[in-house]
Structures are given as C-alpha cells and as structure tokens.
Design a binder for this molecule. Structure first.
Ligand code: COS
Length: 380
C-alpha cells in the first residue's frame, strides 16, 4: 500500500491549486456577496479541462481517473465551494450520459462539453419540490406520443440550472410503478416548453447558480432516453454512487482551507500574553481539525480508488460523502470559534466557509440518506 501521490498526481494537484489560488480566491468573496455565477472563471477552468476532466479520451476529455478527479475537486473546494460546485456538479451531470448513454449520445453530448474554447455545461435534474430524499416519488410525467414523449413537471434546486445547455431529466412514465417507472431523458435547454423558473437566493455556495426547471408539454424524441424506459432510477443511483466521493472532496478542500485560516489567525492573535495557538484549548482544537481533514481525505481517496478498480463501493462512497461534508461543517464551525468575534464578520473568509459548509451536508443526498444507504448495505 502506497499513501503517496505519484509525480503526475502531485503536478495535477499543484496546477489546480494554483488555479484556485490565482483565479478563484481573488473573486470568491465578491461572487459570494453578489450571489453570482461566473462564466469567466468557468471558461478558465474549461481551458484546463477541469469542467470535463472525467470524460474519457475517446470522447474528447483528458480521462482522469476518479482518484485524480477527487484530487482536483479538493483543490477547487479549497478555492470556493460555489465555484467548485459549478464545476464538479457539471461533472456529475455528465455521468448519466457516460454511464448509461448510447454510443451516439456519448459522442454527441461529450463533443459539446469538451470544447475548451466554447465550453458548455449540463445539469442533473432529479429533485422536485415533493421528491427530495424520496427520489422514487418524483412526479414529472413523460407520456409517449408516436416517436416522442411529452414531458410535464417541475424540478427544483438544480445546480447549473439556467446556465446549462442540456439537462438529464428524470421522469416517470407511470407513478404507480414507483421506481420501475422512472425514465431519464436528455433534454435540450432550447426545447419549446422548457424554461427556467426561480433562481434561488442561497445562504452559501452562492457562486453557483441553483434554479427551478419548468417543463410544459416539452416534446423530446424517444432517442433521448438514457438506457431505456423504467431504467432511470438505476441511472440516478449509479450516478450518485459514483459522484459522492467528489462531494466529500469539496468538503475536504473547504475544511483544509478553514484549518489554514484558523491556524494562521491563532498564530498572530495574542491573548493572555501569548499567541492563542499556544493555549491548550485552541491547540487541541487545531489538532482535532487537522486529524479530521486527514481521515476525511483518506475515505474520499479510498472510495475513488475502489470505483477506479471496479470494486462495488456503495458503502464507501456514502461514507466519503457524509464524513467529508460533516468534517467540513465541524472544522468550519471551529475555525469561526477560533476567530472569536472576528469570525462572525463578513471580512473574514471563515464566515463564508461556515455558510458554504452547511449545504454540503444536504446536497447529493443528505447525510442522513447516506447513513440510510450505508446501514441498509450493512444489514443486507
Ligand atoms: N446503487 C444502485 N442501485 C440502487 C442503489 C444504489 N445506491 N440504491 C437503490 N438501488 C436499487 C435497489 O437495488 C433496487 O433495485 P431492485 O429492486 O431492482 O433490486 C431499487 O434501486 C430501489 O431501491 P430501494 O427500494 O432501496 O429504493 P427507495 O425508493 O427505498 O430509495 C434511496 C432508496 C433512499 C437510496 C434513494 O431514494 C436515494 O438515494 N435518495 C436520495 C436521493 C438523492 O441523493 N438526491 C439528491 C439529488 S441529486 S443533487
């Protein structure tokens, strides 16, 4: 067993770290303040192939492994959770097409995503106002009409909603059949009847755009179905199994950033005649924070490595997601605490980190759902 990154991985980590430091951090506070998605940053990320780093070479991407992608995403999370989400959740939205698409679908849609000079984004449309954790209860309906389907319904909390070129929309062809009726379609953003509703005003992750999708008599060819009628629930679950370590890695990057801020502050803040890092109460907090970052990262690496090796990793992916993001919340909370009153002020990065951490425990399946998945696997 080798815990060291190889030379290529170290170089990759360095490149993405520099991108985060030079292109993301300088604008992250402003994007957060304005609640603005930045095409400028996303275009620069696309130049480095970061928006589609997991797309295999045969479809025009660099074909990074899951582990390499997890390394990339940690650095983006270090830069800004909002920007990291815009980029990493695009990768997640690519997965249903890569994992369940036909050869023609992969060729067509990957070509659009992998153009570094004119990058397109896509989005994953599963969640609905009344179907969040209980994904199988979704109501968006697809009804067959000749060679097409007519889709009606609403999706909510969709990351990159309104800035994407196409969407994977999960529908039901028969709600009575619960998950057996769920069918996934690729839907073009410019299809008549498809529109963007409310753009959410969020607590954190504000540099990524979260929107409602409205589908009113949207006509989509049957050729746009992914894998087949009634296969959509499995497509969604397989996507989430694969994507969850990446969300954990955003948490690891954020937690690492919060630890760095807390450490730097505690070295220069003097109380009772010495820097507060020399007070045991603070020193022990820093020790716990550093340990949490490390074990969360190890779980993300392990789940990613298992996915690369083709080993069943449902349990390990869920662990990586909930540990990575719970650690982010805990470490960011402690980073604010170490900053005292200053940590509550907008001028300090940890104030933003704290707000950003919260959403990570909710997206991509709440951390309670992760524990449900894990416990179901344990007792099966
Ligand atoms: N990977 C692969 N297949 C899975 C799976 C997984 N993680 N979880 C369930 N399945 C399969 C089951 O094996 C079962 O298939 P068969 O009947 O053919 O054996 C089928 O899917 C239904 O499983 P189950 O009965 O467990 O489904 P439930 O409706 O009870 O829900 C959970 C399962 C809770 C796991 C699912 O609803 C879920 O993941 N919810 C969270 C959704 C989410 O993450 N939303 C975030 C939105 S994306 S940002």
């Amino acid at each position: 067993m080798d815990f060291a990154l190889n030379d290529e991985q170290k170089a990759l980590k360095q490149t993405v770290h520099e991108f985060a430091e030079n292109e993301i951090r300088p604008v992250s506070m402003e994007l957060d303040e304005k609640g603005e998605f930045s095409w400028d940053v996303v275009r620069k990320a696309a130049k480095l192939e970061l928006t589609y780093s997991g797309v295999p070479e045969e479809y025009g991407g660099p074909g990074l492994s899951m582990l390499d992608n997890t390394i990339v995403i940690e650095e983006l999370g270090w830069g800004c959770v909002g920007v990291a989400s815009a980029i990493a959740l695009n990768q997640i939205a690519i997965l249903p097409i890569l994992q369940a698409g036909s050869e023609e679908q992969k060729k067509e849609y990957m070509a659009r995503l992998t153009d570094p000079d004119n990058p397109h984004l896509c989005a994953f449309g599963l969640t609905e106002p009344e179907a969040g954790s209980d994904a199988a209860s979704l109501k968006t309906r697809a009804v067959r009409d000749g060679d097409d389907y007519i889709i009606n319904g609403n999706k909510c909390f969709i990351t990159n909603g309104g800035v994407s070129d196409f969407y994977t929309i999960f529908t039901t062809i028969d709600p009575e059949q619960r998950y057996h009726g769920i069918t996934a379609f690729i839907v073009e953003a410019d299809t008549p009847g498809f529109s963007i509703g409310k753009i959410e005003h969020k607590m954190g992750m504000r540099a990524s755009q979260t929107a409602e999708l409205i589908l009113e008599d949207v006509r989509v060819p049957a050729a746009n179905i992914l894998r087949g009628e009634g296969q959509g629930f499995y497509v969604a679950m397989e996507t989430l199994d694969t994507s969850r370590p990446g969300v954990g890695a955003i948490g690891v990057g954020l937690a690492r950033a919060a630890l760095e801020e807390a450490l730097a502050y505690s070295k220069q803040r003097v109380q009772f005649g010495r820097p507060i890092c020399r007070q045991q109460a603070i020193g022990f907090m820093l020790a716990d924070m550093a340990t949490k970052v490390d074990y969360a990262r190890l779980l993300c690496y392990r789940a990613s490595w298992m996915l690369d090796e083709g080993i069943d990793a449902i349990k390990e992916s869920s662990m990586a997601k909930f540990v990575g993001t719970d650690v982010a919340m805990e470490v960011c909370t402690d980073a604010v605490q170490i900053h005292g009153g200053y940590g509550y002020m907008k001028e300090y990065l940890v104030e933003k980190f704290f707000r950003d951490a919260k959403i990570l425990q909710i997206v991509e399946g709440t951390n309670q759902i992760q524990r449900l998945v894990l416990s179901a696997q344990l007792i099966a």
